[in-house]
Design a protein around this ligand. Sequence first.
Ligand SMILES: Nc1ncnc2c1ncn2[C@@H]1O[C@H](COP(=O)(O)OP(=O)(O)O)[C@@H](O)[C@H]1O
Ligand SMILES: [Mg+2]
Length: 309
Amino acid sequence: MDGRAEDGGRVYQASGDQHINEQHHHYGRDGVAPGGPDSVRRPAVGRLPVVLRDRGEVMERLRASVGADRVGEVFVLYGMGGAGKTAVACALFEEVTAAEGRVGLWVNAADRASLRAGMLAVAADRGADDAELLAARNGLRPAADLVWRYLDRSAEPWLLVLDNTDDPEILRDGSWLRTSPRGTVLVTTRRAAAHWWPGAELQHIGVLPREDAALVLRDLAPNCGTTEQAARVADRLGRLPLALTLAGGFLSHQVLDPWTMDSYGDRLDAPDPAGPRQPVGGAARRRSGHRGGRCAALPACGVRPAARP
Ligand SMILES: Nc1ncnc2c1ncn2[C@@H]1O[C@H](COP(=O)(O)OP(=O)(O)O)[C@@H](O)[C@H]1O
Ligand SMILES: [Mg+2]
């Protein structure tokens, strides 16, 4: 698999093959959700935090926004890639569906096809019949109108998450983003410009405070050093949750030849002995032979977080 970091972040490797294991978990109460494995009733997300660090304030605001019969609003979580927007949306989704008695609906809005398929699955979930869905799929009736008609008629109140909406044009073009007296919409996006989100409440998701960033490392790699040592590595990684998660995951996997936080930080600061680095998935990855050892493994955590929001 190719390594990728968003918003100008880069994943580098020093030498040899790069092996990144991505585990995909689907979260839901009891591990069973209505509607099968691709259901919109559960977040279709990758790695979730061991513990969601910091974020108490934004969670409190979001909780208030879906509590006590509040409906008809759109909330937008914006911030750079890897900052933890999806993680916050997911935490709210889990809370709301567990405690508040709302139906949670999760759509990946990263591209047109996925948005459209997800929204039609939402209509199906809310009661649209096969003939209506077929007509919408075939372009014989406006798909967004169908979806929102069923959302407006929903017997249960709902929370609709539109995740990874980094290309808001696709929402606007299909008129997919609306409000409803029956529910709340939560969007995650890297695009903050207010004109994309008229009438919505915007919440910034930024990098973590120093101590929380250190705790993300320690949650994943508790035996590699003190919180202060972890904080120094966290600073070096820009306190970006994605970078911290990759680094913590890397450290926790060095079982036979464990690394400390300090040695990790030193390696990040050291000049690369292999010369100019290659992006993961580039020529170096295609060279034959896995050289093994630390050198090949280090860059799994060598994410250079982007400075730009
Ligand atoms: N507050 C947090 N505490 C701990 N880990 C986090 C936190 N926020 C995000 N992460 C982890 O960082 C990674 C990137 O988060 P994600 O929500 O996918 O970012 P975004 O949606 O902004 O691109 C994920 O592996 C996630 O589990
Ligand atoms: Mg995301």
